[in-house]
Design a protein around this ligand. Structure first.
Ligand SMILES: [Zn+2]
Length: 467
């Protein structure tokens, strides 16, 4: 088995800004821990430096107008109307080299996809990739260009059947959106449930549309879900669907913001649970392309992705961090000097019974929504229902609006429907909640969207009143 590690030192040139949680230094730190463990000199693992993707390759998913705005933002100054494309202070800042960074990341994931598609590598890892929130014409959730979608499109163009598994704490909304009506790509996302965490999507009811019904699968998780709850739920959903779908290649987004010390989320996994999930994914994958993703506590990012790369290579690492890494561990204030976390001392324990019960029931529903992947006519009868109806019911419940008064938005198309429902009656107005979340949306939508059911909801009005 040959593996490939795709990375570039050039990532350190870029900076989202001093207050931004996405620290580019996490990539260099990860590399140095891999290096210290000897994982950058494995006999059957090739190292590859990534090159920026071409604009035409990126344009296979993103609109030209949006790409022109990204290019115009490369100097570090926001171009006119940047906010229409999700750019600006907050989640998706304009910083010097923004377009260069996005191209480099897309190039890395496309290179990894090419290595896997050509057979030069059975497994490849580009840990700077996995920017799964970017939409065709909008930056979202720290993501400007969706390298995961571009990699999947490339693999598809080579005639490969793709299973996408996303274990980031946030829903893989941009990737789900891209393949929502496509039965040749099965997307499975496990994440903290959308009524507690950005981007607010990824409910069980989001099952795909048209020919793609059953090929979008979501496993929303309760806050404080730990490895002991997560792994059995993962087992219930992912292996059976992968077995039914029979992919040629698996693309995995390995965000580690699911960790119990991550500052942006409320899940409670540890590094060993994360590594076990990666091992399960690897077992299911004839060929495997791994991408990074979220992760905002740097010590977790370095340890988890190092552990993942070891798993992909079948290498067992000593638990003690290498002596040569001690100075880094001190500088970055690692709480543990081991690859693995200490056993949890509580926190989620008092709630583990109820969390486990809820997650098991969610896992069972998630698996059944993926039923058309089983290619069994009739099996799906119970779950084939109007997507727009399930959206409005689920979302009305979420914000406390009686379902009967909720009107599905005009363009009830998958995730777009959800975006519309959250902000106004027409997604084309540009008021998506994908960045800045509810507060910004309240401000943006208040003037123009007063008639939509979401704008009339108590949750929205309370937020708007605070502005
Ligand atoms: Zn995330």
């Amino acid at each position: 088995m040959n593996t490939a590690l795709v990375h570039s030192d050039a990532y350190t040139r870029f900076d989202y800004g001093p207050e931004h949680p996405l620290r580019m230094e996490r990539l260099g730190l990860t590399w140095r821990l891999m290096e210290a463990y000897g994982l950058t000199k494995l006999p059957d693992a090739a190292l590859h430096a990534c090159e920026p993707a071409t604009e035409s390759a990126i344009a296979l998913f993103h609109g030209q107008e949006y790409l022109d705005v990204l290019k115009a933002a490369n100097g570090g100054v926001a171009p006119q109307h940047a906010e229409r494309y999700g750019l600006g202070p907050g989640d998706n800042p304009v910083f010097p080299g923004l377009w260069d960074a996005a191209r480099l990341c897309a190039g890395g994931s496309l290179l990894a996809a090419e290595l896997v598609a050509s057979g030069k590598a059975t497994r490849a890892f580009h840990f700077a990739g996995g920017l799964h929130h970017a939409l065709p014409a909008r930056a979202s959730g720290f993501c400007y260009v969706n390298d995961a979608v571009l990699a999947i499109l490339y693999l598809k163009s080579r005639g490969l059947r793709v299973l996408y598994v996303d274990i980031d704490a946030h829903h893989g909304d941009g990737v789900q959106h891209a393949f929502y009506s496509d039965p040749t790509v099965l997307t499975i996302s496990t994440h903290e449930r959308g009524d507690y965490l950005f981007p607010g999507t990824g409910f069980v009811e989001e099952v795909g549309e048209g020919d793609g019904v059953g090929y979008s699968v979501n496993l929303p998780l309760e806050p404080y879900t730990d490895s002991a709850v997560y792994l059995p739920a993962f087992e219930q959903v992912v292996p059976p669907l992968a077995g039914a779908f029979r992919p040629d290649v698996v693309v995995a987004q390995l965000g580690i913001d699911s960790h119990r010390t991550d500052p942006l989320t409320h899940l409670a996994l540890d590094v060993q649970g994360f590594a076990r999930a990666v091992a399960h994914i690897a077992e299911l994958a004839p060929r495997l392309l791994c991408l990074g993703g979220g992760g905002y506590d740097l010590q977790n990012v370095a340890r988890a992705w190092t552990a993942a790369w070891a798993v992909l290579n079948g290498v067992e690492l000593p638990a003690e961090l290498p002596v040569s890494f001690a100075e880094e561990a001190r500088r970055y204030q690692f709480e543990v000097r081991t690859l693995w976390d200490r056993p949890s001392t509580g926190g989620s324990a008092p709630r583990s019974t109820s969390i486990g019960r809820w997650t098991r029931s969610g896992a069972s529903s998630s698996r059944s929504t993926g039923c058309s992947a089983r290619r069994a006519p009739g099996y799906c009868a119970g779950t084939r229902r109007s997507t727009s109806a399930s959206f409005s019911v689920a979302h009305a419940q979420m914000i406390g609006t009686p379902a009967a008064t909720a009107t599905p938005c005009a363009t009830s198309r998958g995730i777009s429907a959800w975006l519309c429902a959250r902000s106004c009656a027409d997604f084309s107005c540009g008021h998506s909640p994908s960045d800045g979340w509810l507060a910004m949306e309240a401000r943006a939508a208040r003037a123009t969207c007063s008639s939509c059911w979401f704008a009339r909801s108590p949750a929205f009005q309370a937020e708007a009143a605070r502005m």
